[in-house]
Design a protein around this ligand. Sequence first.
Ligand code: FES
Length: 161
Amino acid sequence: NPTPQLSAAARAEIDRWVAKYPADRKSSAVMAALSVVQEENGGWISREYMDAIAAYLEMPPIAVYEVATFYSMYELEPVGRHKICLCTNISCMLCGSESLQSHLEQRLGIRMGETTPDGRFTLKEVECLGACAHAPVAQLGHDYHEKLTPERLDEILDGLE
Ligand code: FES
C-alpha cells in the first residue's frame, strides 16, 4: 500500500506539539501524532499511517511501531464505532467489574478484545483509569462512566446510535 498523507489538519496539530520541543527532538511529538491520526481515522492507526508519522517526524518507523504497540490506547486494528474500555484492575474488580464484563459480553455477543460484526462496538479490557474512588469505571470515547452497574451500562448503550 502506498503511504497515505497526513491531512493538513493533522499536520497542523502535530506541528503545534513539535513546536513545544527542541528542534532536534521532533520525535517527542510521536504520541501526540499517533493520537491525532487515530482520532481522525476511525479510531485506529494503520501501518501505513505509522510510516507517514515516522516520515513526518523524521524518525525510524520501528520507533513509531514500538510506541504504538506499548501503549494500550492506540489501536492497530480497526475498531467499532464505540470503544468500551472496561477497567478490570483491582479496585474495579472488587466493585464488580467482572459482572459488568459478563453483562457486556452477553449483551454484545463478543468477548473482551473483540468487535461486533456490525462494527458498532469494540470491547476492551484496560488498566486502571485513575478513577478508583468511583469504581467500577469504563471509558467510552472521551467520557468516563463511574460507579457502573449492569443497568446503568444498558442505559448508556441504549442511548448510543
Ligand atoms: Fe479501575 Fe483504578 S482500578 S479505575
